[in-house]
Design a binder for this molecule. Structure first.
Ligand code: C2E
Ligand code: MG
Ligand code: MG
Length: 618
């Protein structure tokens, strides 16, 4: 049944639309559907275009009636995005499930004084079909508008408008069903974030809460998932607790956001929003950081969690919304790592993280293959006799695309992951093969292998070494290990146990990079090592630097007093070589003597005879 058209009469200037009976329920439903202030969606636009075509009108709208306004989810032929509710024809269609048809608005007392009638867009004809939810609440209408009066709709036209309204509702329901909402918090989810952020580049006004003329936007990620505690929470107290934690986080964050700003729940315990670029960005971030700092309560137990907050400007990431979210998440991770309340996206750091990830991924492949990893051998000489007394094995990696990668870059990366153990095992395997080959050819020199602190902390390192020696038929005194000082400072009891076991096998142990850690010299006295290797930074300019001389001289004396041999690394000049010899250093290693060499080149170097520093200098 259509509302009868009113006949021409003198009209009052304005008539307020009636408030429907279940207005608060209706507004709550409207919020739940998460339609307001969202970007255009093709499925809705197709329906409005169809409506305009079928009913042969210039304007067709999907209008949602909010508390104080009507907001158009889709619009054909109308430039404005919203109007005040008091001017909305659709607001008159909320309490009935029939069509509202106004043949000539100028002749209808409810609308004759309406500014949309007296001014732009000069509405004369209006027909709207309510958008009703399954429980009978009207969200708004799909309506068609003409600036010419029209007689009533034909039955076919009425049917078309009703069908279109059913299609809109079906899409609204389906949209929720296919998951634009997060099931735990009922916030918009990641798909929605991506869609909204993509719409940003096309239509700045589409950003919820963006004032006209303010450039959008800053993507912010609030990440409580990266914290170890969140994983623990789920593991120890279960998913119900984790869900409660997420809901609490969402509530706290939402309370800090400027009005109208949408909060998205993008992945477990990770939230995002898009803020307009403006002066109070910092204030908002500070507010969020403060709000999530206080412990979360679960069944009366306070649980502390750490949360990272990162942001990135939309304009800095032209690549699209997936990349935008990744960049903001990376910044959030950075804030956790640096223990700062929030961090801006840093392209440099991000590039480093990218490269680190790439390297780690290809390192596994490198270990499996036979042509990327190699070991170079750098001679060590006795400073009194100038004779070679051994070599240090130094890992070399030639990446198929990136070229040579320094172990100073990839070893520390591997040390942050479980990869370090297979990597060390790879090096030990390669060195044992080489050493057994050299012994068969009469080259009987011990080779030093660098190991990481994580190797020593693993509990079975010495056992694995013993098994490898057996497998390769190599005697324990044909190799030794170089351990950095920092390694000795981790789990001392376990490290000592492993070192003692290695010593028990007959393997010598050197303390590498001595002087760079934080330990006192007195620390040396308990370490089950055989030699101390003074770090190259003290050696490189030893002949000129008095402070280096003092440091090195006292280290040599102390180490000798404690029964260690002393080796200097980074010997680059004959002056350094002579100074070290003069001051009782036992061994030296460095570019003056030789650079690290491939096995064949090392053999040639050896064959050339004992090292003569003065001869080299000439
Ligand atoms: P490191 O064990 O202290 O090795 C000495 C480093 O100094 C080597 O760098 C060597 O090439 C370099 N070097 C030697 N003589 C001189 C010199 O006279 N002047 C200068 N400026 N440098 C000199 P490299 O090969 O790049 O290795 C860097 C670090 O990577 C090593 O420091 C070691 O900590 C680590 N590394 C290398 N290979 C392995 C490995 O197989 N396993 C483990 N865990 N770490 C390794
Ligand atoms: Mg070393
Ligand atoms: Mg070193």
């Amino acid at each position: 049944m259509t509302t009868p058209m009113t006949s021409a009469k003198a009209m009052p200037a304005k008539a307020q639309p009636p408030i429907p009976a279940r207005e608060e329920d209706r507004l709550a439903a409207l919020q739940r559907f998460e339609l307001l202030d969202t970007p255009a969606e093709p499925a809705f636009d197709q329906i409005t275009r169809l409506a305009a075509k079928l009913l042969k009108v210039p304007v067709a709208l999907i209008s949602l009636v909010d508390r104080d306004r009507q907001w158009f989810k889709s619009r054909v032929g109308l430039p404005v995005r919203e109007t005040p509710r008091e001017h909305a024809f659709c607001a008159h269609a909320l309490d009935s499930d029939t069509l509202l048809v106004v043949g000539d608005a100028r002749q209808d007392e409810r609308f004759a004084g309406n500014p949309l009638v007296t001014g732009d867009p000069n509405i004369r004809f209006y027909a709207g079909a309510p958008l009703r939810t399954a429980d009978g609440l009207t969200l708004g209408t799909i309506c068609v508008i003409d600036d010419q009066p029209r007689p009533a709709l034909t039955p076919e036209e009425e049917e078309a408008l009703r069908d279109l309204s059913a299609m809109v509702m079906a899409h609204i329901e389906a949209r929720r069903a296919v998951g634009y909402l997060h099931p735990v918090t009922s916030l918009s989810n990641r798909f929605r974030f991506l869609a909204d952020a993509d719409a940003l580049s096309d239509d700045p006004a589409a950003v919820p809460g963006t004032a006209p003329g303010v450039a959008p936007g800053v993507a912010v990620v609030i990440d409580a998932a990266a914290s170890q505690q969140y994983a623990e929470l789920t593991r120890v107290l279960g998913q119900v607790c984790a869900d409660a934690f997420e809901t609490d986080c969402a509530r706290r964050i939402a309370a800090c956001l400027p009005g109208h700003t949408r909060l998205y729940h993008v992945s477990p315990a990770r939230f995002a929003c898009i803020l307009p670029v403006g002066e109070d960005l910092v204030a908002t971030l500070d507010r969020i950081a403060a709000a999530i700092r206080s412990p979360f309560q679960y069944q009366g137990v306070p649980i502390a969690t750490s949360t990272g907050i990162g942001f990135v400007r939309r304009s800095d990431i032209p690549a699209g919304s997936v990349e935008l979210l990744r960049a903001a998440t990376s910044a959030a991770h950075q804030s956790l790592e640096e223990q700062k309340p929030w961090c801006a996206y840093d392209e440099e750091q991000d590039r480093a993280a990218h490269r680190a990830f790439l390297l780690l991924r290809s390192l596994t492949e490198a270990m499996a293959g036979s042509d990327q990893l190699h070991v170079a051998y750098q001679p060590k000489v006795d400073l009194r006799t100038d004779r070679c007394i051994g070599a240090e094995a130094l890992l070399r990696w030639t990446h198929p695309e990136l070229g040579p990668i320094s172990p100073a870059e990839f070893v520390p990366l591997a040390e942050r992951t479980a990869l370090v153990r297979p990597l060390t095992e790879w090096v030990i395997g390669a060195v044992l093969k080489q050493v057994s080959h050299w012994h068969r050819r009469g080259i009987a020199l011990p080779v030093s292998i660098n190991i990481s602190m994580l190797d020593l902390g693993s509990g079975d390192f010495a056992d694995r070494v013993e098994a490898l020696l057996d497998r390769h038929g190599v005697r324990a005194d044909w190799i030794d290990f170089e351990v950095t000082e920092s390694a000795l400072m981790t789990d001392r009891a376990e490290v000592d146990r492993q070192l003692l076991q290695l010593r028990g096998l007959g393997i010598a142990v050197e303390i590498d990079d001595f002087g760079t850690g934080q330990s006192a010299l007195s620390y040396l006295k308990d370490i089950p090592a055989t030699a101390v290797k003074i770090d190259q930074r003290f050696i490189r300019s030893i002949a000129a630097e008095r402070s280096d001389q003092i440091m090195v001289r006292s280290t040599i004396d102390l180490a000798h007093d404690l029964g260690y041999l002393v080796i200097a690394e980074g010997v680059e000049t004959a002056e350094a070589y002579d100074w070290l010899r003069l001051h009782g250093c036992d061994f030296g290693q460095g570019y003056l003597i030789s650079r690290p060499l491939a096995p064949r080149a090392f053999e040639d170097w050896l064959a050339a005879g004992a090292f003569r520093p003065t001869a080299l200098q000439a």
